[in-house]
Ligand binder design. Structure first.
Ligand code: FAD
Length: 383
């Protein structure tokens, strides 16, 4: 793995860094309090080409490699995890799945607006009764002539109330488990599909998270994505790369923790000197710095494997597990550096901790990633 960025990768990283510093970071606290990021920022992500990274240019994408995608995702995560999540889901889980699995018609219909930011996608896998054990989902898809009719409920859906299209997973066959699951691209204005925003989240407050209810939702046969019964493979392949994106977002959080803690420790004085001069404060900062570096390298390794066509599933689990736990640790350490002020909304540490906390829960909890890594090493499934 070459750790030196190419000029193109460095340029895209600098563009994302500059955009984050000017157009995201200064507003993140305000959006968090208002429980809504500015929708315009999503269009800007599109016009900068960030929402089309790795998608072929013939479908409106901006090409680029997976490390460029990681670099941009890290920068956005440094500025505001709520913004980063919109991209990770709309591009990382939905557009990339359409590019990989969609029919020509589906690619032509959905990729240009998703890459420009005119449209937003959401990923409908989790249900009230099935989270980690997604293969037991119960949303039904039944054939009616050339159409499909969908019934069921999804929950915790990022971008849910904003999205124009949901990549929805439903049980189309009588088979139990993952074999009976199919993937559908469902426009969110289809009659029978209702959305309710979930309020009161601990973090990621600027990002809409929703419950979706499907009652007799009729879609044409062309809404089926990938062969019938292959939906779980679509979901798992999306999530494997999605984990790299979450890991990159976590690196961004940890970097923001480092920046904030170093800045504050240099200014705040106690016992007649800046707290940066106290060894135990330096320990907190050094722990964050080590976590940033380790999480970043593990995340880059996933991008490197993807680019070289190597297996990357276990590497993605390792990176996501480590980076998520590192983000939580780093935010906790940063808050400690801020002392009592870390507990007050005016300072950044509290939001970083609230936003970091979900990272060990979604796109596979830390426990599930430990089981995946354990299975990869032992050959024994402990689910
Ligand atoms: P459960 O699966 O019920 O797990 C509860 C606890 O049990 C966890 O600690 C878990 O690790 C543990 N556990 C479960 N099984 C095992 C086991 N076999 N061994 C050991 N421990 C186990 N989903 C989507 O489909 N699309 C989205 O866009 C999306 N966005 C989200 C956004 C937010 C803010 C949140 C909070 C969630 C989102 N999710 C989304 C759902 C998320 O992926 C699930 O919450 C996650 O998969 C965990 O499922 P669960 O919450 O049902 O927890």
């Amino acid at each position: 793995m070459d750790l030196e960025l190419t000029p193109e990768q460095a340029a895209v990283r600098d563009l994302a860094r500059d955009f984050t510093d000017r157009e995201i970071a200064p507003y993140a606290a305000e959006w968090d309090r208002a429980e809504r990021i500015d929708r315009e920022v999503v269009r800007k992500l599109g016009s900068l080409g960030f929402l089309g990274l790795t998608v072929p240019e013939e479908y409106g994408g901006s090409g680029g490699d997976h490390l460029s995608y990681v670099l941009v995702t890290e920068e956005l995560g440094r500025g505001d995890s709520a913004v980063r999540g919109v991209l990770s889901v709309s591009l990382g889980l939905v557009a990339k799945s359409v590019a990989a699995w969609g029919s020509e018609e589906q690619k032509r219909r959905w990729l240009p607006p998703l890459c420009s930011g005119e449209a937003i996608g959401c990923f409908g896998l989790t249900e009230p009764g099935t989270g980690s054990d997604a293969a037991r989902l119960t949303t039904r898809a039944r054939r009616d002539g050339d159409d499909w009719v969908l019934d069921g409920a999804k929950t915790f859906i990022t971008n849910g109330t904003w999205a124009d299209v949901v990549l929805l997973f439903a049980r189309s066959g009588s088979e139990e488990g993952h074999r009976g699951i199919s993937a559908f691209l469902v426009p969110t204005d289809t009659p029978g599909l209702t959305r309710r925003e979930i309020h009161g989240k601990l973090g990621l407050r600027g990002q809409p998270t929703a419950e979706l209810t499907l009652e007799d939702v009729r879609v044409p046969g062309s809404a089926l994505m990938a062969p019938e019964g292959k939906g779980f493979r679509v979901a798992m392949s999306a999530l494997a790369k999605g984990r790299m994106s979450v890991a990159a977002g976590c690196v961004g959080i940890a970097q923001a923790c480092l920046d904030a803690a170093v800045g504050y420790a240099g200014e705040r004085e106690q016992f007649g000197k800046p707290i940066a001069g106290h060894q135990l404060v330096q320990e907190l900062i050094s722990d964050i710095a080590v976590d940033v570096a380790a999480a970043r390298l593990l995340t880059w390794r996933v991008a490197d494997h993807i680019e070289r066509g190597l297996p990357f599933g276990t590497e993605a689990s390792v990176a996501k597990l480590y980076a998520a736990e590192a983000a939580v640790r780093s935010a906790n350490n940063a808050l400690q550096v801020f002392g009592g002020y870390g507990y007050i909304d005016e300072f950044p540490a509290g939001k970083l901790l609230r936003d970091a906390r979900v990272m060990t829960l979604y796109e596979g909890t830390s426990q599930i990633h430990k089981l995946l890594i354990g299975r990869a090493h032992t050959g024994v499934a402990a689910f």
